[in-house]
Design a protein around this ligand. Structure first.
Ligand SMILES: CC(=O)N[C@H]1[C@@H](OP(=O)(O)O)O[C@H](CO)[C@@H](O)[C@@H]1O
Ligand SMILES: [Mg+2]
Length: 543
């Protein structure tokens, strides 16, 4: 790094001093926190993104400003690698180091060391770097995006391109397309999704009239983008509520996280919606869950990520059965939060089920090991990954099949699904379109879909503790290794309940320890959850 580069980094870092006592970690999904404290973090992630782009030159990197399901006053930042996947985990420790560097001088010396170690060539006349920036609808997003732009441009030869308000999956999709040399605008995203959606609808053998779907847009970017998408589609009957324009607050008693965790209707939904198929997005539209009201009360029937996964798995498997394609390795990936009944159901279908740590970066990695890998977190974040080799095999196969035959239709469906469902990351918009197609294909109502299996009652509790990092778990997060003795105490509680299951882990996105409990009745699940939460408090102290 030459003197001019060092001076440029020092000058731009002076503009964004680190707030006192801020301690951040890249976590499950990037850096998150109170938006007023994040300018230095976002600026530094701008620098990191430029370095990543130079390291992998020529390539475009994505930088997304969002705090997803967290409250509106929070914000955050996460990075997309050129593949459209999450930032390589190998770079996360460097991200942590620079985000927490106490002074511009220390920051620059860390960057200097890293650039040398990684042999990144800056301003050497090689390929320049490019970072595409997106943000959700949070009011703090604009100023933070500006901080990111300044960070990106303080690295010589790197340019920041502001793509404005986007969902997280849109940005990931666009970055992936750009690096593959494909058309990569937001319009291309909408066109690609709607073309494959129409193709799948055309391939439905017995088309029935479809009923109305109601979307809870969580007062965020997802509702806004679904309104744009509606303009591209004639065959989707959808009503959009909680768009953010009707006075509601982002994620406040609305959205996928609220609906999935609380199991009650979001604001804006009520007695008039009994029996209607409804869907909720989260704040950056990378998660979706379906639900319906079975009575006039607030309680809902929830169709979570596990049920969406099961629906997708059935559909894909049905197509593979038509092809009699025993050589396609189809697998599903879940986390410890997956409802035990869903895992039993999937295994009962003869599917290979594997487990990963919480956070889509972990699930994505495992799903990519299959020809077709379906992954979902129970909270509704997931997608279907098709290996490139398998898609080309399908495309070649289609050429040999007679048009309109069952085999040809099955191949066409699979290829269309690979174009519809976001290959970069879980995407509420493309997930919604695929659920709608599959339900119509099966001729199923949301109630019928819900009957695939019955969820075991479960309960999630958040416990605020002085230091959540005191909880250390095994790699699949089902057992706590620290604090010493807590797992034995948890096991003691679990043993008291029929089909009891419970685990704890530190959240990667909130300053809490999470407790998950499952049992055969809701009372038992609640009681198990509460007693494990009590154990957490007594081992770690409450804050
Ligand atoms: C139990 C739960 O829902 N955890 C969520 C949540 O992570 P935590 O590390 O649990 O805070 O946010 C992540 C990002 O959206 C998501 O991937 C994950 O599934
Ligand atoms: Mg999200």
């Amino acid at each position: 790094m030459d003197e001019t580069q060092i001076a440029s980094l020092l000058k731009s870092s002076d503009l964004f001093p680190l707030p006192q006592s801020l301690k951040l970690s890249y976590g499950t999904a990037g850096f998150r926190g109170d938006a007023t404290l994040l300018a230095s973090t976002v600026h530094r992630v701008g620098i990191l993104s430029s370095l990543r782009s130079l390291k992998l030159a020529p390539s475009t990197i994505g930088l997304m400003i969002t705090a997803s399901h967290n409250k509106a006053s929070d914000n955050g930042v996460k990075v997309s690698d050129p593949s459209g996947g999450m930032l390589s985990q190998e770079w996360e420790p460097f991200g942590d180091q620079i985000a927490n560097a106490p002074s511009p001088q220390k920051l620059v010396s860390l960057i200097r060391e890293f650039v040398e170690r990684e042999e990144i060539s800056i301003g050497g006349g090689g390929e320049g770097g490019e970072v595409w920036l997106g943000r959700d609808t949070r009011p703090s997003g604009e100023a933070l995006l500006r901080a990111a732009e300044i960070g990106v441009s303080s690295v010589s030869g790197c340019v920041a391109v502001n793509k404005g308000v986007l969902t997280t999956p849109q940005l990931h999709w666009m970055v992936r397309a750009k690096n593959k040399g494909l058309n990569a605008t937001e319009k291309d995203y909408f066109e690609s999704l709607t073309t494959s959606f129409k193709c799948l609808i055309d391939l439905i053998p017995n088309k029935l009239e479809s009923s109305k779907l109601v979307l809870d847009g969580t007062n965020g970017v997802g509702g806004e983008k679904m309104e744009v998408l509606k303009g591209y589609l004639s065959n989707l009957d959808i009503e959009i509520r909680n768009t953010g324009r009707d006075g509601g607050v982002l994620n406040e008693s609305v959205g996928a996280d609220f609906v999935q965790k609380e199991k009650v209707v979001p604001l804006g939904f009520g007695v008039n919606d009994v029996g209607v198929r409804c869907v909720s997005f989260d704040g950056d539209a990378d998660r979706l869950v379906y639900f319906y009201l079975s009575s006039g009360e607030k309680k809902i029937e929830l169709l979570d990520g596990d049920k969406i996964l099961s629906l997708f798995a059935l559909f894909v498997k049905e197509q593979l059965n038509v092809l009699d394609d025993g050589c396609c390795r189809l697998g599903v990936v879940q986390t410890a939060y997956a409802n035990g009944a869903s895992t039993d159901y999937l295994k009962g279908l003869g599917l290979e089920v594997v487990f990963a740590k919480t956070g889509v970066k972990h699930l994505h990695e495992k799903a990519a090991e299959f020809d077709v890998g379906i992954y979902f977190e129970a909270n509704g974040h997931g997608t279907i990954l098709f290996s490139e080799d398998y898609v080309s095999l399908l495309v070649d196969k289609r050429k040999e099949l007679s048009e309109g035959s069952d085999e040809c239709n099955a191949v066409s469906r699979l290829v269309a699904v690979s174009n519809l469902i976001n290959q970069a990351v879980g995407d509420a918009i493309s997930g919604l379109l695929l659920v709608e197609v599959v339900l119509r294909h099966m001729g199923w109502s949301v109630q019928k879909w819900n009957e695939l299996y019955k969820d075991l009652p479960s309960r999630q509790v958040k416990v605020e503790v002085p230091d959540r990092t005191a909880v250390v778990t095994t790699s699949e997060e089902t057992e706590a290794l620290r604090p010493l003795g807590i797992q034995d105490a948890i096991n003691g509680e679990i043993r008291k309940y029929k089909r009891g299951r419970a685990f704890i882990r530190p959240s990667g996105t909130e300053d809490v320890v999470r407790v998950y409990a499952e049992a055969t009745t809701q009372e038992d699940a609640d009681s198990l959850g509460d007693s494990v939460a009590q154990l957490v408090k007594s081992f770690l102290g409450s804050s």
